[in-house]
Design a protein around this ligand. Structure first.
Ligand SMILES: *Cc1c(COP(=O)(O)O)cnc(C)c1O
Length: 378
């Protein structure tokens, strides 16, 4: 087999080009137009709960605007899950604010409620009450929202839900991305659906959405000339990208089903390998889109390290990737406060993401399976 097997690659549905053609025919080649409105409507209908969605140029841009709308400014502190992609934390720095990182718990690998409470209480004691809490649903697995929301409410701190990896995931039958004051989505090329690059801010009021649209289109005041009383951004989604998004929304349910089938495939594959755990929903409250299937490997039980498995797969052109390196271990965030109990460190050392694309063929799956079994049979 010569073609590379990717962790997660774009998977078009078929109608994307139809929407792009419409945009060209009507000359809506701009960061506004019928596809932008249509894509926002599709997302609002999918997420439910009467949310209002603003389509933006990236998930990172959505996080930045969420922080601005939560009033985060220079010198403020913002709590953020440590084990995540750096884009969850970078916008805190864009605002000149300080990230305070929180450990994960074992079951979902997301923010640990116990460590969150410790972190908030410690910061309040120091006189720096955090302005927002960024919770992430890693690899599509919902975080423990009941516990996290209860703590956030107790202290009156808004949650920003980083659902970049979790479109289609649910907790207590409620869509991920709709729990927080704001939710953010990403449509980057490797996500469960893509617009080639793009994101969205999920809001609960029309005002919050309008403010996001205003800020994302250079913050022009209502005047014939260009008048500005706010710093603006160029963060709106283009009508071409939104056309891809509309086509992708037509197949989102299929994509979720395929990713979940990949997780079941790995669950089955590792069932009889003692010392390998597949990231799995703790109970029926959790419904993961299983954007990426991920495992942890116990070296003592298996005689295999995550790096040995990764390199063995690489030999056969199969892509796999260590879990996100926690932010408090990153050189750029070394000096930021951190509250935790070494769970994220341990997961990072032992964890690996495996090819999870919705477009993997049967023979590719068999190839992955035989290779993995070979590594663990040595
Ligand atoms: C992809 C991702 C982002 C950023 O989204 P972009 O659209 O690439 O800017 C943020 N957070 C997490 C957890 C992600 O996986």
């Amino acid at each position: 087999m010569s073609d590379k097997i990717w962790l997660s690659s774009p998977h078009m549905g078929g109608n994307e080009l139809k929407y792009i053609h419409e945009a060209f025919e009507e000359n809506w080649v701009a960061p506004l137009g019928p596809n932008v409105n249509g894509f926002e409507r599709d997302l609002e209908n999918f997420l439910g709960r009467s949310v209002k969605v603003a389509a933006l140029s990236a998930g990172t841009a959505a996080l930045h605007l969420a922080l601005i709308e939560c009033g985060v400014g220079y010198g403020d502190e913002v709590i953020c899950q440590s084990m995540t992609f750096s884009a969850s934390a970078n916008p805190i720095a864009y605002q000149g604010a300080v990230p305070v990182f929180i450990d994960s718990e074992q079951e979902t690998w997301n923010m640990c409620p116990k460590s969150l409470r410790e972190g908030i209480e410690a910061r309040i004691k120091m006189g720096t009450k955090p302005k927002a809490i960024i919770v992430v649903h890693l690899y599509g697995m919902p975080a423990k929202m009941d516990e996290l929301v209860a703590i956030a409410n107790e202290f009156g701190i808004p949650i920003i839900e980083d659902a970049a990896e979790a479109l289609g995931s649910k907790y207590s039958n409620i869509a991920c991305g709709t729990f927080g004051r704001f939710g953010i989505l990403s449509f980057n090329g490797n996500k469960i659906i893509t617009t080639s690059g793009g994101g969205a801010l999920v809001c609960h009021t029309q005002e919050d959405k309008e403010k996001a649209v205003f800020l994302s289109t250079q913050a022009r005041d209502n005047a014939a000339h260009y008048q500005h009383s706010h710093i603006g951004y160029n963060y709106r989604m283009s009508n071409i990208c939104a056309g891809i998004g509309r086509g992708q929304m037509e197949v989102l349910a299929d994509r979720v089903a395929s990713r979940r089938a990949m997780a079941a495939f790995y669950k089955d594959l590792f069932e009889n390998i003692d010392g390998v755990e597949v990231l799995t929903e703790p109970n029926e409250k959790f419904y993961s889109n299983h954007w990426l299937s991920a495992i942890t490997i116990d070296h003592e039980k298996t005689g295999v390290t995550r790096e040995q498995l990764r390199l063995a797969l690489q030999e056969d052109n199969i892509e796999s990737r260590p879990l996100w390196k926690p932010m408090h271990l990153q050189p750029i965030f070394e000096s930021s406060p951190y509250y935790g109990h070494r769970v994220a460190e341990d997961l990072f050392e032992r964890g690996l993401c495996l090819p999870s694309g919705s477009n993997l063929a049967g023979n590719e799956k068999e190839f992955i399976k035989s290779k993995i079994l070979k590594v663990f049979s040595k």
